[in-house]
Unconditional design. Sequence first.
Length: 205
Amino acid sequence: MIRLAASDQGWSALPPLVLVGHSLGGAVVVSLASSMALGDKLLGYAVIDVVEGSAIDALTSMSTYLHSRPTSFPSLSHGIEWHTRSRTLRNPTSARISVPPLLVPAAGNADSTTYTWRTDLAATQPFWETWFTGLSARFLASAAGKLLLLAGTDRLDKELMIGQMQGKYQLLVLPEVGHFVHEDAPEKTAAAVSFFFLFFCSFTM
């Protein structure tokens, strides 16, 4: 996608980059960083609430969670309400922005008043474990600046705890938020990423 954006915008070369990813998106960012495909253009990367140990542990309950979700909603507002009532998202303002793109009119009928999930997450189950296995080692491997934002210190596994004590990355824990850290606390997340860029990435430009 980065190369496609560069081609579409007519860039002669990639600009300096700081990548940010949440959950599976964080795993994608880490894989890209550890591949060295961006070379010295990658100044740093921030990963939001995903570490190998807790992610793999959580996979055992993922099927139960997916089956517990409603399969459809009578309206977008009902979908938003479910996300906040279930504490999937704790910020109503964020939910009103981010939930509607997750849903589509049932049976592809634009006139339908019933909404279903855009993506069938259960269909990706065969790949779940491969997304996160080896994630901690890949996260620590790149020479670029690293920031890990977590909803709780209990999510740290042994490899990351050792790396943090050795100063290999910046760690920030935001209390009283759920898994969707950037949605529950958008201002604090934005400030953390800005600070990370200004003080741990920009000096390498």
